[in-house]
Ligand binder design. Structure first.
Ligand code: UD1
Ligand code: CA
Length: 471
């Protein structure tokens, strides 16, 4: 097999191989990114199919990709890769994976652009194929708009005669366009029957060799073809354009949200919320409107995520509250309060019971237990000790134009408003800083660090302005 990897590492979980066709041009996506790498709920389409195949117990998974299309690089280690180096079309895709096919076990052919195909349906395909001793089993549905899909043409006796492609409709007779039953593009085959039939398939006028052309060939040979009709719309839904991608996103997101709701999460306005597949949410969490939860975000029990918050790779502790804030690669521990309008950037940890307030940005910093950064601050590369309270507009100057330096604020420190902390600098435990101070040197424990010009009053100033003698 050309470009194979991973095959020998795999143990046989079950005696069937899954081939995922993922090397199509996907021209209707109008994208520099291969179609199967477009994400649905944050997860590339092909990974949805891989996960379903794995869950169904596939012994071996092979993805068909194009050389250098970038698809193979992102695949999990246990997925083998077959490169489609010659020929166009789904038939050519399957022939590219023929190496690992010829081993006498059923092979499932799945499409990388059906991200919502369930493991149950995959399991059903394998079971039907085995029970019926069929040469081929295919999945069909009548539940979708058939536009653009392959339609199932049945013989008088109801058996599958052939599949007519309807991406281009010219030349397709009206009685065939009237057919509602479509081919989902998920099949089980006897591998030898499949490969020998495919060898007989000639490329069509568009240069593509269609996998679906094997059905009339198998039929002519008198082989058994079984079809299974499903009402599972999500599994049946294939993606050729971004319009369909949006629809898949909508379907998948709704399913994810319902899954979380069944597990004890309250969504105040589910239709306005974005949740990616990788997100974990505990019981009794409330999610308000317009919230986006992405990446490896994990929210513990009882937390409240307020309206219009965005969390990307963020960890939220039990009973924490986030209000209208943006959290990126950071952690807030239990009973913390963040927002409204806080921006927590990578490397930030907000410890238990701490509070980060309005118009506060924090980056790569540790805010200690019960500490408060309530208003208008930028805290970068700093450690703030437990119980400290940074006055409004306390700012760390962590960058001298060349290097980032750390600021260390001790325990139970109180900084006055408009304190500038010029790093590297240490403020000792229980120390104070005066309002408006620019702190460039360390402040010892319990001291007041103050650095600002002494106030001077110019007496009678207003009168002099009035007389025009002020300057
Ligand atoms: C295909 C089926 C159609 C079915 C539909 C279901 C054929 C000829 N038609 O049509 O009957 O209703 O799926 O969604 O099979 N691929 C390759 N290499 C190629 C071409 C395609 O690996 O050279 C892959 C694609 O990445 C995709 C899958 O095969 O994941 C299906 O290809 P696509 O071009 O999307 O086929 P459809 O026209 O949708
Ligand atoms: Ca397709």
């Amino acid at each position: 097999m050309a470009g194979a990897r991973g095959c020998t590492l795999t143990t046989m979980a079950e005696n069937f191989t899954v081939v995922i066709m993922a090397a199509g041009k996907g021209t209707r996506m109008h994208s520099a990114v291969p179609k199967v790498l477009h994400a649905v709920c944050g997860k590339p389409m092909i990974e949805w199919v891989i996960d379903a195949a794995r869950e169904a117990g596939a012994g071996r998974i092979v993805a068909v990709t194009r050389p250098d299309d970038g698809v193979a690089e992102g695949l999990p280690e246990d997925v083998a890769v077959a490169e489609q180096r010659e020929g166009e079309g789904t038939g050519s895709a399957v022939l590219a994976a023929r190496g690992p096919l010829e081993e006498g076990e059923p092979v499932l052919i799945l499409s990388g652009d059906h991200p919502l195909l369930t493991s149950e349906l995959i399991g059903q395909l394998v079971r039907t194929q085995r029970e019926e001793g069929a040469a081929a089993t295919l999945l069909t549905t009548e539940e979708l708009d058939p536009t653009g899909y392959g339609r199932i043409v049945r013989a008088q006796d109801g058996s599958v005669e052939r599949i007519v492609e309807t991406k281009a409709t010219q030349g397709v007779p009206p009685e065939e366009l009237a057919i509602r039953e479509i081919n989902i593009g998920a099949y089980a085959f006897d591998p030898e029957e499949l490969v020998s039939a495919l060898e007989e398939v000639e490329p069509g006028s568009n240069g593509e060799r269609y996998l679906t052309e094997v059905f009339p060939i198998l039929r002519k040979r008198g082989r058994k073809i079984v079809s299974h009709k499903t009402t599972d719309v999500r599994s049946a839904f294939g993606i050729n354009s971004r319009v369909e991608l949006m629809e898949a996103e909508r379907l998948a997101r709704r399913a994810l949200i319902e899954e979380h709701a069944r597990a004890g999460v309250t969504f105040e306005s589910p239709d306005t919320v974005v949740v990616e597949a990788s997100v974990e949410i505990g019981e009794d969490v409330t999610i308000a409107q317009g919230v986006s939860l992405k990446g490896a975000t994990r929210i513990a029990r009882g937390a409240e995520i307020g309206a219009h918050s965005t969390l990307v790779d963020a960890r939220v502790g039990e009973d924490a509250t986030v209000i209208h804030s943006h959290l990126l690669e950071c952690e807030i521990e239990r009973d913390t309060l963040v927002g409204p309008f806080s921006y927590l950037r990578p490397g930030t940890v907000v410890r238990e019971g701490a509070k980060v307030g309005t118009f506060v940005e924090i980056k790569n910093s540790d805010v200690g237990r019960g500490a408060k950064v309530p208003h208008l601050s930028y805290i970068g590369d700093a450690d703030v000790g437990e119980g400290s309270n940074l006055g409004a507009s306390t700012i760390t100057a962590n960058y001298d134009g060349k290097r980032k330096q750390r600021t260390v604020v001790g325990k139970r420190v109180k900084s006055g408003i408009h304190t500038s902390l010029i790093a590297p600098v240490n403020v000792g435990d229980e120390a104070y800083t005066g309002a408006g101070s620019v702190i460039t040197g360390d402040v010892p424990d319990g001291a007041l660090g103050i650095s600002r010009p002494k106030q001077k009053n110019v007496e009678g100033y207003a009168e002099r302005v009035e007389e025009g003698t002020d300057g």
